[in-house]
Design a protein around this ligand. Structure first.
Ligand code: UDP
Length: 329
């Protein structure tokens, strides 16, 4: 059992990971400024409310908690917004993380898990994405995440920082027990938007482009269940605490689904077709992002168990049906 501090633990992937770490027997505390997270999502887990870029605050939290591991989710995550407001992303995602890392080096160097992304790969031409491909991000969001990956390599070399960089593909789904789910404001992600359309019938679902070089012309993504992502974090904490080397892994399934396939899966769950309008491409969307998943299995013993599209859609559906206003905060 370890003491684990989770930044951004009140967010979507963070809250599912907090639950999984607790289940695995770890003692968990959250550091979150609740700018995008939800207090209800962490239930009774202790929270230090403040910003990860506030060095004095972070120093005080580290002194109080003395964590063995820090899992760092706190970040902004909208690709589109990062293009129009890059400063916000560089400050929060990169500069604040630098401040956190410097604080950790001074505080008995707990092990460090970083929330990275398949956006570090940019716009790959073909095939499954392997971890050793060059990082060629095409938007500020991806660049801030790639910058932190380089930071981690330098801190490892200079200070012996032990870290794992977990590159998420498309997180979706909700806690199978129904406690936790996805509640972003604004919501921009495909799965919750298709479900919202099915449940509310507002006629607002749009498909961004049907002229991509993919089998049905819509973009292909590797959707991975948030519970599977949470499990990977528990495994990565275990690896690092037992002395494992730093690692950079894809968290994806190796199987891609198009936008129309997702709409079809939700239509099946709904028992009726979900209507949509085809509109222009969304700027910055690569045609296809699918992980080569092998390294996570070798390094973490991880494989996705809940990421089949019907199960993923069903858990998300149940959350949205039971929580029409999300956490209602
Ligand atoms: N998408 C869409 N309509 C929407 C939201 C998303 O057609 O209202 C498409 C988007 O262009 C992308 C895929 O669905 O090809 C997944 O988008 P999402 O924003 O969920 O995740 P991303 O891959 O951008 O991280």
């Amino acid at each position: 059992m370890a003491k684990v501090l989770v930044t951004g633990g009140a967010g979507y992937i963070g809250s599912h990971t907090v639950k999984a770490l607790g289940r695995a027997g770890h003692e968990v505390a959250v550091l979150d400024d609740l700018s995008e997270g939800h207090r209800a999502a962490i239930r009774s887990v202790p929270i230090h409310e403040g910003n990860v870029g506030d060095r004095a605050f972070v120093d005080a939290v580290l002194a109080a908690e003395r964590p063995d591991a820090v899992v760092h989710f706190a970040a902004h995550c909208y690709v589109g917004e990062s293009v129009t407001a890059p400063g916000k992303y560089w400050r929060n995602n990169a500069v604040a993380t630098l401040s956190l890392l410097e604080a950790l080096i001074g505080a008995n160097a707990p092990v460090f898990l970083f929330s990275s992304t398949c956006a570090v790969y940019g716009e790959p031409k073909r095939g499954l994405l392997r971890e050793d491909l060059p990082r060629l991000p095409v938007n500020p969001y991806g660049r801030t995440k790639a910058a932190v990956e380089w930071m981690l390599e330098d801190f490892h070399r200079a200070h012996g920082l032990r870290y794992a960089s977990l590159r998420y593909f498309n997180a979706a789904g909700a806690d199978p027990e129904g406690d936790l789910g996805e509640d972003h404001d604004p919501e921009t992600h495909l799965v919750p938007l298709v479900i919202r359309e099915a449940l509310r019938g507002e006629g607002s679902l749009r498909v961004f482009g049907t002229d991509y070089p993919t089998p049905d012309g819509t973009c292909v993504r590797d959707y991975v269940h948030v519970t599977d992502l949470a499990d990977a974090h528990v495994r990565a904490v275990g690896r690092l605490l037992s002395g494992g080397e730093p690692v950079r892994v894809n968290l994806g399934t190796g199987r891609g689904h198009s936008v129309l396939e997702v709409i079809r899966a939700v239509s099946e769950r709904a028992g009726r077709p979900v209507p949509y309008a085809v509109v222009e491409r969304r700027p910055g969307d690569p045609a296809r992002l699918v992980a080569r998943p092998g390294r996570a299995r070798t390094a973490l013993g991880w494989r996705p168990r809940h990421s089949g599209l019907p199960e993923l859609v069903d858990t998300a559906w149940r959350w949205h049906e039971a929580h029409p206003e999300g956490y209602g905060e």
